[in-house]
Design a protein around this ligand. Structure first.
Ligand SMILES: [Cu+2]
Length: 129
């Protein structure tokens, strides 16, 4: 009985392994915490970010099948699916519609040098059926 309660609590606190319609992320110098997100295809996703770093960070979702490589450049701009910029010490509370195509999408920070410093994450879009 106690064990079941503990398991239930730990599942609730980490959100479980399934898709969520909410992304809650902390932007640091230089990483996304957490760095893996699972969302249902085509649904409205509530996005909330806090920038705990000393410099501006971005949360940039790349289109399916594209990635920004080792460094951001202008050639990556057409491959942006959705992005938001967050000032140091600031936060963002917004939303976006998840891609309709299931798959793994790259997330990066486009501030110069940040991809190379480790600001890369993964957004997994799963069929919402
Ligand atoms: Cu950054």
């Amino acid at each position: 009985m106690v064990l079941m309660l503990i398991v239930g609590l730990s599942l609730a606190s980490c959100g479980g392994a399934g898709p969520s319609t909410a992304i809650d992320v902390t932007l640091m110098d230089f990483q996304f915490v957490p760095n893996e997100f699972i969302v249902p295809a085509g649904q409205q996703i509530t996005f909330s970010a806090v920038n705990n770093g000393a410099v501006v960070h971005n949360f940039v979702i790349m289109k399916l099948g594209t990635n920004a490589g080792d460094a951001w450049d202008e050639g990556d701009v057409p491959n942006i699916y959705w992005e938001v910029e967050v000032q140091p010490g600031g936060n963002a509370n917004t939303s976006f519609v998840a891609p309709t195509d299931p798959g793994e999408y790259q997330v990066v920070c486009r501030t110069e040098g940040h991809i190379m410093s480790g600001m890369v994450a993964k957004l997994t879009v799963v069929s919402s059926e």
